[in-house]
Ligand binder design. Structure first.
Ligand SMILES: NC(=O)c1ccc[n+]([C@@H]2O[C@H](COP(=O)([O-])OP(=O)(O)OC[C@H]3O[C@@H](n4cnc5c(N)ncnc54)[C@H](O)[C@@H]3O)[C@@H](O)[C@H]2O)c1
Length: 260
């Protein structure tokens, strides 16, 4: 967990009240960016349904959130039944879904010469099929209530392409197309669909990089620092809230200006 996850400075920057009386579902929120997003949304007043393929981590996250009524639920985003059950559980427990974040993700990095078809399809399944199933289930429920906000986690990797990530870059670019097409389909029902493309973010993944490689990459960031999980969570909070009421089908880059 990064310093920003628990740091009082980042906590103080999270605006209270933006999501009062709103119910938010976040997939893959058992750890990492999703967990911090759950915390930021809860700090801003939301009831959060924390979903993860790992039930224990989902329940742990839900238990750590400020406020009451949060729920930890098992959900495999690649399963139609599982995603549908998550939408039902959230509707039943909280009376309806206002915000749904498709955040669950995996990587299977390898150069193409060594990448198997299984490595390729596993990544496409979790990101593209997972986001599609989530967007479909959430928008169906939201349109019944007159609106809602869906946030999809893409990546700068889907914009510029990364060697060793042909599967992940394809999936993250696919999420952008899915976001724009879905936004056009459901706008007339008051449902907004947007995407976030994080860049270099302080997570377990970047902490595992050799320090010199990490420093070189940070040197390419115009704002001169690595991003925090809370930087990403705040973009999600903005897209989730009514502050972004006139914004749909867009992609917000949370990259400190790298790769613009
Ligand atoms: N970490 C970064 O720097 C970075 C940068 C750009 C984009 N992203 C994207 O942000 C999202 C979160 O990344 P992270 O770094 O927090 O990842 P992470 O690996 O720390 O967490 C991902 C979570 O998703 C869950 N998950 C995996 N497969 C699942 C499935 N089939 N169903 C439900 N849950 C599943 C995992 O159990 C885990 O809790 C991902 O979509 C990732 O691609 C991350």
């Amino acid at each position: 967990m990064s310093a920003a996850t628990t740091g009082t400075e980042a906590e103080a920057q999270t605006p209270p009240g933006l999501l009062t009386a709103k119910t938010v579902v976040i997939t893959g929120a058992g750890r990492g960016i999703g967990r911090d997003m759950a915390r930021a949304m809860a700090l801003s007043g939301a009831t959060v349904v924390v979903a993860d393929v790992d039930l224990g981590s989902a329940q742990e996250t839900a238990g750590l959130l400020p406020g009451t009524g949060h729920l930890g639920v098992a959900c495999d985003v690649t399963s139609e039944e599982s995603v549908s059950a998550l939408a039902d559980a959230a509707t039943e427990a909280a009376g309806g879904i206002d915000v749904w974040v498709n955040n669950a993700g995996i990587t299977r990095d390898r150069v193409m010469r060594k990448m198997s078809v299984e490595d390729f399809t596993a990544v496409l399944q979790v990101h593209v099929l997972g986001a599609w199933l989530g967007t479909r289930a959430a928008s169906a429920r939201m349109r019944e209530r007159g609106g809602g906000s869906i946030v999809n986690m893409s990546s700068i990797s889907g914009k510029v392409g990364n060697p060793g990530q042909t599967n992940y870059s394809a999936a993250k670019a696919g999420i952008v197309g899915l976001t724009k097409a879905a936004a056009k389909e459901v706008a007339r029902h008051g449902v907004r669909v947007n995407a976030i493309q994080p860049g270099l973010i302080d997570t377990d993944m970047t902490r595992a990089m050799p320090p010199d490689v990490l420093q070189e990459k940070i040197g390419e960031v115009p704002l001169g620092r690595i991003g925090t999980v809370r930087d990403v969570a705040h973009a999600a909070l903005f897209l989730a809230s009514d502050l972004s009421a006139y914004i749909t089908g867009t992609v917000i880059e949370v990259s400190g200006g790298r790769h613009i």
